[in-house]
Design a protein around this ligand. Structure first.
Ligand SMILES: Nc1ncnc2c1ncn2[C@@H]1O[C@H](COP(=O)(O)OP(=O)(O)O)[C@@H](O)[C@H]1O
Ligand SMILES: [Mg+2]
Length: 179
């Protein structure tokens, strides 16, 4: 995986496969501590206890489309390469929280990547799922919640081309302001 935003796409895909209707993606940079935190939380069906210790095994998957399940073990690997780690907190029937921590200034930390594109792709591909994107960098904060946008659209689909284009520009501009 080349950058963190591709991990986000991949991990959010697990949430969607688990039937989540709301997915929260939070990215936080704490400069004083030199840490970057990524958290992906969903209200999907959760990971059954008997599978919990297996999900970080790259050869474990409950999918039937590809033999090797890799998403979580690859994220764990990326985090560990940057002196961080991964933790998974899941309750069957309630949902799952995947948390990754990276040393921000570590030479092997993957770049964050293009968050505006990543978030837009998630919305465009899953217009009936609600997403909350949260980015925090020291004192500046950005929040985007598709539930609010959905209300404002009064029935127009979130993946209508003009809507997606506008969302992408909004995300791009807002995230650029945080730099
Ligand atoms: N958010 C989630 N909710 C429920 N189950 C999950 C979630 N994330 C991962 N899993 C379980 O862990 C397995 C491994 O996930 P992953 O490493 O991404 O590989 P893959 O998606 O290719 O199977 C999945 O097949 C699924 O059973
Ligand atoms: Mg996966």
């Amino acid at each position: 995986m080349e950058d963190i935003s591709l991990h986000i796409l991949d991990v959010a895909e697990n949430s969607i496969a688990a039937g989540a209707t709301v997915i929260r993606v939070s990215l936080r940079i704490d400069h004083p501590k030199d840490l970057l935190y990524l958290e992906i939380e969903d209200n999907g069906r959760g990971i059954p206890d008997r599978l919990k210790e297996k999900v970080l095994d790259p050869f474990f998957t409950t999918r039937t489309t590809r033999k090797v399940g890799m998403g979580l073990s690859l994220l764990a690997q990326s985090a560990e390469e940057a002196a961080g780690g991964l933790s998974i907190n899941s309750k069957e029937g309630k949902g799952t929280v995947v948390s990754a921590r990276f040393k921000y200034g570590h030479i092997d930390r993957k770049p964050v990547g293009n968050l505006a594109d990543t978030f837009s792709v998630l919305i465009a591909g899953n217009p009936d799922v609600d997403f909350v994107f949260e980015c925090r960098k020291n004192s500046s904060e950005f929040l985007f919640d598709t539930r609010q946008t959905r209300n404002e659209l009064e029935g127009i689909s979130l993946n209508a081309p003009a809507v997606i284009a506008a969302i992408r520009i909004h995300l791009k501009e807002s995230l650029a302001e945080m730099k």
